[in-house]
Write a protein that binds this ligand. Structure first.
Ligand code: PEP
Ligand code: MG
Length: 590
């Protein structure tokens, strides 16, 4: 039966495919397709992993038969029996075989998919004892996954995986030749990095806000996604057909043929529109009244630089360096590794400027999925970004040295996140001087950098004089500026309706920052998600903004708005919008 689930629209486009439910803790399991000729070998690989765990349990059983009842209580023996039984369960083994044979999933993916299927059956059981066996099943599967580590078969990207399903695919119910859509309760920004190389055509999560970092990475990948879909991962079953409408934030499950036809059409329209926008690639971003606008890219990894160039970006306005630090089980990148990464980004941009932001971990960007910040009640207000850097001078100096060294290879701008206090600014500048002096002492080459500060805390926006005195440029981080001005957690879907870029207080802070920078002749840009939102381009132009930084996929659509704009007319209109009681209403009145 067809039904719809409403969430938050985070990444445009339509994806149609089969649901792959993945437990949040298992997103880092490898997901790839094997060749048909590898199927038997893949099944054997899972079997070998399982047999290794069975042997382990047998050995344990053996050793406890020699123990007394005190060291080896009856419960332990019974538990081992249960584990053995679960490992040899027919539903598990035949299910794994099915996913490998019929869908060409690699062994680990097949195992975790079947685990999800069986776990649901356990959830539905009346008997509490049986329900609790789910945890045992998860444990034994975890052990099989560990036993399989290091035995992976060569990764083969399925040639058909990236292709959009046509309506005909769906009607024919072709089980392999269709895209897959990942559904999880939650995905962390570190998970998203894995996702970048995976086979999925879109994703849906139960939690998350529009500017949560998970949503931001989805946008950077330009794949349809919906977050904040609440109970989606419970309502959808493994392998259900789903449509993601990334523009409307809607998920349609088990669609009828009429709905499929409609969305197939919408999907094609979207592709045509993107094709049309490509014609603007080499057109300079100049408004109708001759104002030049700088369009820059936001990137997460050095490997994103080619996509930025291909989209016509005139530089990188925000390199979120924290993505180099995530998902490494606490082992941070050393100076050489960071230097190579920054240098790769700088060289990848072929002489255009690259703005490297110092690490911004904390809040919804933990270093590691397994390290949750439970100790602090309010991590978004806690040890995050520059606060974290200043709390660990050795780590901060390492990063600064790496950035300064990369500056020897091209234009580098150094951007500092989350500053608010004069003391923090002084300490940051002192660290930069110290890092430079350390390199000089060792005779290591480094280059000059322009220094910039993010304006993303209301206190910073309200003390601009301080920032304008110490920095060469400012970059407005609207994602956090909105979060902190309105006291709305950007990652919490339950308050997402109150997360409002058009709140008069937010507009006042943004407009004032732009105006003061212009008055002082300092460069200013917006690098939060507002910069890539085409519905806000004219307003930002009207406020005087001439530098926008966004994900490469958004650049051409924003450029189209710029080409149609007349800033002389937009300026008084923007003033009226900012002064209005309800700016959204004022904007729609035009
Ligand atoms: C912002 O806050 O607007 C910003 C660009 O930084 P991030 O989204 O990484 O917090
Ligand atoms: Mg921020």
């Amino acid at each position: 039966m067809t039904f719809a689930i409403h969430g938050l629209a985070v990444s445009r486009g339509v994806a149609i495919g089969r649901a792959v439910l993945v437990a949040s803790s298992r997103v880092d399991v490898a997901h790839y397709f094997v060749e048909a000729s590898q199927v038997e070998a893949e099944i054997a690989r899972v079997r070998a992993g399982r047999d290794a765990v069975v042997d382990e349990i047998h050995r344990l059983q053996e050793s406890i038969t020699h123990m007394g009842p005190k060291e080896a209580p009856h419960e332990l023996t019974a538990l081992l029996d249960v584990h053995l039984m679960l490992l040899q369960d027919e539903e598990l083994t035949s299910g794994v075989k099915h996913w490998i044979t019929d869908r060409l999933y690699n062994g680990e993916w097949a195992l975790t998919t079947q685990l999800e299927v069986i776990a649901r059956h356990f959830d539905e059981m009346e008997d509490a004892y049986l329900r609790e066996r789910k945890a045992d099943l998860e444990q034994v599967c975890e052990r099989v996954l560990r036993a399989m580590k290091g035995t992976a078969s060569p990764v083969v990207a399925h040639p058909r995986a990236a292709r959009k399903a046509t309506q005909q695919d769906l009607l024919l119910d072709d089980t392999i030749d269709v895209p897959l859509v990942l559904i999880a309760h939650d995905l962390s920004p570190a998970d998203m990095l894995q996702f970048k190389q995976s086979v999925f055509a879109g994703f849906i999560t139960d939690v998350g806000g529009k500017t949560s970092h998970t949503a931001i990475v989805a946008r950077s990948m330009d794949i349809p996604a919906v977050v904040g879909a609440r109970t989606c991962s419970h309502l959808v079953r493994q392998d259900d057909w789903v449509i993601i409408d990334g523009d409307a934030g809607v998920v349609i499950v088990d669609p009828s043929s009429i709905i499929l036809a409609e969305y197939g059409f919408k999907q094609r329209q979207g592709e045509l529109e993107r094709g049309r926008l490509k014609r603007l690639l080499h057109t300079p971003a100049v408004t109708m009244d001759g104002e030049k606008v700088q369009l820059l890219a936001n990137i997460e990894m050095p490997e994103d630089a080619p996509a930025a160039l291909a989209a016509g970006a005139l530089g990188v306005g925000l390199f979120r360096s924290e993505f180099l630090f995530m998902g490494r089980q606490g082992r941070l990148p050393d100076e050489e590794e960071q230097y190579q990464a920054y240098r790769k980004a700088v060289e990848g941009m072929k002489g255009l400027p690259v703005t490297i932001r110092t690490v911004d971990v904390g809040a919804d960007k933990p270093l590691d999925d397994s390290v949750h910040d439970d100790a602090h009640l309010n991590p978004a207000l806690g040890l995050r970004a520059i606060r974290w850097s200043l709390a660990d001078p050795a780590m901060f100096l390492t990063q600064l040295r790496a950035i300064l060294r990369a500056a020897a290879h091209g234009q580098v701008h150094l951007l500092v996140p989350m500053l608010a206090h004069a003391r923090e600014i002084r300490q940051t500048l002192a660290h930069i001087d110290q890092a430079r002096a350390m390199l000089d002492r060792k005779g290591v080459a480094h280059g000059p950098v322009k220094l910039g500060a993010m304006i993303e805390i209301p206190a910073a926006a309200l003390s601009l004089r301080l920032f304008l005195k110490h920095f060469d440029f400012l970059s407005i981080g609207t994602n956090d500026l909105i979060q902190y001005t309105l006291a709305i957690d950007r990652a919490d879907e339950s308050v997402a309706h109150l997360y409002d870029p058009l709140h008069p207080a937010v507009l006042a802070l943004v407009a004032d920052t732009i105006a003061q920078c212009r008055a002082m002749g300092k460069d200013v840009s917006v690098c939060g998600e507002m910069a890539g939102d085409v519905t806000l381009t004219r307003l930002l132009l009207g406020m005087g903004l001439r530098s926008f930084s966004m994900h490469p996929a958004q650049i051409l659509a924003v450029k189209q708005e710029i080409l149609r704009a007349d800033t002389a007319r937009l300026a008084p209109w923007a003033q009226r919008v900012c002064a209005a009681e309800d700016p959204a209403l004022e904007m729609s009145a035009v």
